[in-house]
Write a protein that binds this ligand. Sequence first.
Ligand code: AMP
Ligand code: MG
Length: 173
Amino acid sequence: MVTRLAEIVRGARLVNFGSLMLEHGIRLKWIRHRDELRKLSVAKQRRLQTSTAARISKMKEKAVIVDTHLFIKTAEGFWPGLPFEVVRALKPTHVVLVEASAEEVLARRASDSGRYRDEVTKEGLAGELAFARSFLPIISTITGAPSLIVENREGGSETAARTISRMLRDSER
Ligand code: AMP
Ligand code: MG
């Protein structure tokens, strides 16, 4: 979905927050793959998160689309993906939560064999989706940016990408 979005939005650069954190974590020899990131101490994750936010904040493109997480399930508890300092560095103009139903998320994860996922039930996932939503008004309040929830149904990634790109286009009028 985000890959498609970045193709549609003219002049946009797509960055995956986790990929940049991973690069830095590998350079420091803390980890080897992305599913080890959330297992690091929160102190170490925070160092990678802060360096990544600083790196993204220096990007000069007309539009930067950041694919990230509103929270991370760490061994120390739920930890915000966009805490105050990070969201202030990124200065987002728009915040979009891309949602799928718990069933769809479970089905996608089951077919995504290249990752080391933690076990999670449908109820647990539904709780996580609600928890993600609860971050939106906080981020909007800190940044003044509107937040939008977009459904990304099975087979509906084109529609979701078009909904977001139309919103961005209209925001320039
Ligand atoms: P992804 O492949 O997009 O699911 O992201 C991979 C990993 O990157 C996540 O499981 C997190 O450990 C990490 N990550 C992504 N965004 C953030 C963020 N804003 N803050 C901290 N960790 C993040
Ligand atoms: Mg992702």
